[in-house]
Structures are given as structure tokens and as C-alpha cells.
Design a protein around this ligand. Structure first.
Ligand code: K7E
Ligand code: CUA
Length: 629
């Protein structure tokens, strides 16, 4: 209670202070105007010019990733990930439907760009689904989802995900909610503290293909106490080989966590030595639970340590040089910096103050380097190219800029309003690009034209090239932004393709490239169609089937010209697929509705786009010409 009072008082003092500062140095009209002009010019990307960075920001429970350009902040495209998206036909063709596995949404929080030697390599983008315990991988060659792994066994609420290790050996996963393990077991919630478990884990990534694997031979999980695991980050440089996760509810409480899980002054950061874990895996020191390898720290000393962290920590972020681990307690006014070297020393000296289910707890004073007085409600930290760190302050609604090494707070900028994550381009790599920080805000109160009770979210672009941070631009973001990653656009320049080249990028065995290969083949009750789309026709343009037949259409867009997409929709059959130039997609459905159903191209493609159409003719059962209703 006393703590809460302190926090409320702190907020009040901050508000008054901010008000005074704003009042006393209100700039004149002319100064405001010139500042606005300067800011406008800084974000202006003239028609025909291109942005300097790609920004990939998560769409939260929309299940999507949004792509914007920096500094224009223009929304460039939406990458549908966990949610069907008719505008690209995602989730309508057989392959993407299968990938979605029957789920119609996801809760996407943390995108991660693949890394080589601790820097973005522009190959893949990963993102977690907190709700259905999955991870998706997007290929940055064509900005499309290539794999969705999961629901992953034993995981419940995959929040501490996805963060990649230095060479994308692994992507992280972690449970936000503890449950009895193996998942599917029933244990009364009264036995939570003893019989429920958390899991932190690493999914193996194939270095060539990017394929993610978690099974009896790949990846592993670590059985943890029933804490709520929150966020993670992988070590780099000297700390390569380690992954760090924050957790709250070290109280092992249930019920109204708002109160019950905020009792302890400190919770933890779990430090996992995955190189050590690999040794145990080699020795066979693990159990298979639900088809995956699970290490019990009690039987595998040296794999996990806990570092006390005040208080209900949220973000954990490793500095570019890999020496500092920054943990932010969201109910505090400080952020804690841990010294990786000191952590190793404390482990060596067995400088422990206790244990949790056999996991040693390191002495706080021995591993902590500094407590940085950033302000109220620190959440996440990013780094620039000049040795500064930027921490988002939710309660205070601000970003604090502070210096690594001296630990002094050198600047602060108010955010409108309550910031969650923030993103410096390449700001979690060994070589941050700096220049900007993007504030991803949870609330926006009047920053946009009103559109009803659900107010659009805002993100803000801030210049960090000078001593003082400067607000440049307010942009709309689709709900609900969490983390974002930004990469130098030139890193993708030679990687992204705009056409699937026949025989090179499209090796689909069902692709056809000539109208004369178009055909309709019946096998029993299955009608299989090989179809082409090209300006401005489908071939075949007529598909005749019997009611109840299974229909399979392999549709190839034989165009080899950029931006020549075609769509394929069948009226009242709830089908809409889009094929990019040179792409083949397969559509499967049962023709259960009798009658004549036009199909047509949904994606504008030429002056004769309206003419691009055909018919699905479904003969009613019994062979009569008119369907009986
Ligand atoms: Cu801070 Cu899910 Cu990363 Cu949102 S979490 S803010
Ligand atoms: Cu093809 Cu419109």
C-alpha cells in the first residue's frame, strides 16, 4: 500500500513539474512555426523518393504485422500472419489455410529480424502468437509467411517470444501463464504454487531454410517455477550463449494478480545458459514431455540462474556490446543494469541468496551494476549508435535517454500518450543505426479525428541525432502495437523479389505456363483443374461439376511483369485468392451449392479487368436442371 501511495505521489509530482516546465518556457508563435517546418522537412519523403528504413510493427490481437517506411511513417503494406486477409488472399488457399490450422486470429507481440553475428541479415522475420502458442516465420524475399509452428507443446501464453540468438540458432518462446505440465493435465488451481509450471524454451532454426523445429531432436524446453514469464532477449558478444527472460509473480500467487502478484519487492530475471543446456541434451539428460525435450534445472545444474529484479519487471534488453542486461520493473522508478561479467563471477563464487525449485538465486548486490533513475513505470529499452539507451516510461508517458557506463539520465521527452514499446532502427543489434526512436503508444486521446469510442492508436517518430530528443511526427497505427523492428532499407534491396520467375522461384509441380496445358480432370468425385490467369482471362473459363464434388483448382498467374496480380473469387462460395506474378496457388472446396456461380478477378489488372471472369456450373444432385430449394 505504502508503495502504491509513493507511486501515486510520484506521478503527481511529475505532472506538476512537467506542467511548470511547459508553462514557463512556452515558445513564441514564430518559433513554433519554424520548429514545425523543420520537423515536417525531416519526415518528408518527396514523391518518387523512398524511405531509409523499413519498420515492422506488430499488430497485437489483429494477428498481423504492419510495414511502414521511416521517416515518412507511411503504411506500406500489411503482412497477414495469424489472421486471414482477403486483400492478399491469405488464408483462402489450401496452403495458407493449412498453415493457420483452423485458427482465425493470433496475438502478435514481438517481431524479430534474423541475425548473423548479432546484426540483422534481412532474411527472415519471426513473430509470436501469445494466444495460441505459435511462432510464425516470414520470408523477407517476398514478405510472406512460410511457416507457423504450433500450438507448441507445454506452452501457455507465448509472450516472451520471439527474440533471436546472435546467429539465429534459436528463437525464444516462454509461457506467460503457468499450467500443469504436461499440458492437458488437470490439477486444481489451489495447488498452483507446487504443481503448476512455467516453461522457457528455445526453438531451433535451420540456418539454411529458416525452418523452425521443436521436437524430440530439435530445440528444448526448461521446466520453471510457476512464475509468469514476460519478455526475453538473447545475449550477444561476451554474453552470446545466454538468454534472459523477465518474470513476475514470483509470489506464485493466483486470483487477483494485480494485488497478489505485486507483494514481493523483487521478482527475477532468469538467465539461461543454452550452450550448457546443449551439453545436457547431448548426454541425454532430459525428459520427453509431449514430444519435446524438457530439461529440469534440478537435474541440470548450471543451466538456469535467477537474478533478483525490482519490481514486476517487464522488458529485458541486452546492450549492443553484450555487457549490460537492462531490466525494467514496471512498478518502479528505476531501471536495473546487470553486469554480465559480474554475473559470471557470482556464479563461479556460488554467491547465492537462496533457490527456487532448485534454481540458484544470485545475490542482487553482486550482479547489479547500476540503478538508473529513469522515471515512473519503465518498460522497454533500446540503444543507439552513440552509447545511449532509451527507456519507455508507461506511467510517466515519456522516454528517458541515458548514458551507458555513466548511467546518468540526460534527456526526457513526453509522449502522447502512454508509451509501451519503442524502437530504434536496428536498436537491439550489435550495431544500432540510431537516428530515430519510434514510440509505440497504447493510448492516443485526441491525436486523430474522432472515429467513435475506439480511438486509433498512435505512434510517434522522434529524432535522436542531437543531444535533445525532438518529436517529428504522429502516425496512426492499427491496433494494437507492441514491439517493432526497423532495418536499413538497403539491406533488403537486393533480396526482395517482385516476380516469381518461372522455374526459378516457382517450382510448384502444379504450375502450368501455357494456355494449352489448362485442363479439367475428373477422378471419381474429385474434379481437379489446372488453370492459368493472364490479362485478362482465366483458362479454362468454365468448370462443370456435380453437387457434392470436391473441387481442386491449381491457379497459376503466368504473368512475368511486376505488379500484375490477379484475383480469383467465386461468388457465394467464400473464396478469394490472389496470385502474384508467376505464383501458383491451390484452392480446394466442396461444391455443395447447386447452380451457376460466376468467378472473377478481384485484383484490378487491366482495362479489361471486368471481363476477366468465368463460370462454375454445379449440377444438382439427381441431375435435374433446377435446384430444389
Ligand atoms: Cu510491453 Cu507484449 Cu512486449 Cu506490449 S508487451 S507493451
Ligand atoms: Cu485479373 Cu483483374
Amino acid at each position: 500500500m505504502k508503495r502504491q501511495l509513493q507511486i501515486v505521489l510520484g506521478i503527481l509530482i511529475t505532472f506538476v513539474a512537467v506542467a511548470i516546465v511547459f508553462h514557463s518556457c512556452k515558445p513564441g508563435k514564430e518559433a513554433v512555426k519554424s520548429e514545425a517546418v523543420e520537423a515536417a522537412l525531416a519526415t518528408y519523403v518527396p514523391p518518387g523518393d523512398l524511405d531509409e528504413f523499413y519498420l515492422f510493427y506488430s499488430g497485437g490481437h489483429s494477428g498481423n504485422i504492419f510495414v511502414a517506411g521511416i521517416p515518412s511513417m507511411r503504411h506500406i503494406c500489411t503482412i497477414p500472419v495469424f489472421t486471414p486477409y482477403p486483400s492478399t488472399g491469405y488464408g483462402f488457399d489450401a496452403e495458407t489455410k493449412k498453415m493457420l490450422g483452423g485458427y482465425t486470429w493470433g496475438d502478435a507481440h514481438h517481431p524479430a529480424l534474423s541475425e548473423t553475428n548479432g546484426d540483422y541479415d534481412g532474411r527472415w522475420l519471426f513473430i509470436n502468437d501469445n494466444a495460441n502458442n505459435r511462432i510464425a516465420r516470414i520470408d523477407l524475399k517476398d514478405f510472406k509467411v512460410k511457416q507457423i509452428l504450433g500450438p507448441i507443446p507445454n506452452l501457455s501464453g507465448n509472450h516472451g517470444s520471439t527474440f533471436v540468438t546472435e546467429n539465429t540458432e534459436y528463437v525464444t518462446i516462454a509461457t506467460r501463464f503457468s499450467v500443469p505440465i504436461p499440458k492437458g493435465t488437470y490439477v486444481p488451481v489451489e495447488e498452483y504454487a507446487k504443481k503448476y509450471h512455467g516453461i522457457v524454451a528455445l526453438v531451433e532454426v535451420d540456418p539454411k531454410t529458416g525452418e523452425m523445429r521443436m521436437d524430440e531432436k530439435h530445440g528444448f524446453q526448461v521446466l520453471m517455477p510457476p512464475f509468469n514469464f514476460d519478455l526475453g532477449d538473447a545475449g550477444k558478444g561476451p554474453s552470446h550463449g545466454w538468454v534472459f527472460w523477465t518474470c513476475y509473480n514470483s509470489e506464485r500467487a493466483t486470483g487477483i494478480l494485480e494485488i497478489t502478484a505485486s507483494q514481493n519487492d523483487r521478482d527475477y530475471i532468469a538467465a539461461v545458459n543454452w550452450k550448457k543446456a546443449e551439453e545436457y541434451l547431448k548426454q541425454g539428460k532430459y525428459k520427453i514431455i509431449n514430444g519435446v525435450r524438457v530439461i529440469d534445472p534440478k537435474e541440470a545444474p548450471g543451466v538456469v540462474y535467477l537474478m533478483p529484479c525490482a519490481k514486476s519487471p517487464h522488458g529485458v534488453d541486452v546492450s549492443p556490446d553484450g555487457k549490460w542486461i537492462v531490466g525494467s520493473g514496471k512498478l518502479q522508478s528505476i531501471t536495473t543494469v546487470y553486469n554480465f561479467e559480474k554475473m559470471l563471477k557470482a556464479i563461479e563464487n556460488k554467491d547465492f541468496v537462496g533457490e527456487e525449485d532448485g534454481i540458484p538465486v544470485l545475490r542482487y548486490e553482486s550482479v547489479r551494476e547500476a540503478e538508473v533513475p529513469v522515471g515512473l513505470g519503465p518498460l522497454h529499452t533500446q540503444f543507439d549508435d552513440k552509447g545511449y539507451a532509451y527507456t519507455s516510461l508507461f506511467v510517466e508517458s515519456a522516454i528517458a535517454k541515458w548514458k551507458l557506463g555513466t548511467w546518468e539520465v540526460v534527456d526526457k521527452i513526453p509522449i502522447a500518450y502512454n508509451i509501451g514499446h519503442l524502437c530504434v532502427p536496428e536498436g537491439d543489434t550489435k550495431h544500432p543505426a540510431g537516428k530515430y526512436v519510434i514510440a509505440l503508444n497504447k493510448l492516443s486521446h485526441g491525436r486523430h479525428l474522432t472515429v467513435g469510442p475506439s480511438q486509433p492508436e498512435a505512434s510517434q517518430l522522434i529524432d535522436i541525432t542531437g543531444e535533445k530528443m525532438k518529436l517529428l511526427y504522429d502516425a496512426f497505427t492499427e491496433p494494437e502495437p507492441h514491439y517493432a523492428k526497423a532495418i536499413r532499407a538497403d539491406k533488403l534491396k537486393d533480396k526482395v523479389i517482385e516476380v516469381y520467375q518461372k522455374g526459378i522461384d516457382n517450382k510448384n509441380p502444379n504450375a502450368i505456363w501455357d494456355e494449352k496445358d489448362a485442363k479439367v480432370v475428373r477422378k471419381g468425385n474429385t474434379v481437379e483443374v489446372w488453370m492459368i490467369a493472364v490479362r485478362s482471362r482465366f483458362q479454362p473459363w468454365k468448370i462443370e461439376v456435380n453437387q457434392g464434388d470436391k473441387v481442386i483448382i491449381h491457379l497459376t498467374n503466368i504473368e512475368q511483369t511486376t505488379d500484375e496480380l490477379h484475383g480469383f473469387a467465386i461468388c457465394e462460395y467464400d473464396i478469394n485468392v490472389v496470385v502474384d506474378p508467376g505464383e501458383t496457388k491451390t484452392i480446394e472446396f466442396v461444391a455443395n451449392k447447386p447452380g451457376v456461380y460466376p468467378f472473377y478477378c478481384t485484383n484490378f489488372c487491366s482495362a479489361l479487368h471486368q471481363e476477366m471472369q468465368g463460370y462454375l456450373l454445379v449440377k444438382p444432385k439427381g441431375g435435374a436442371g433446377v435446384a430444389q430449394k
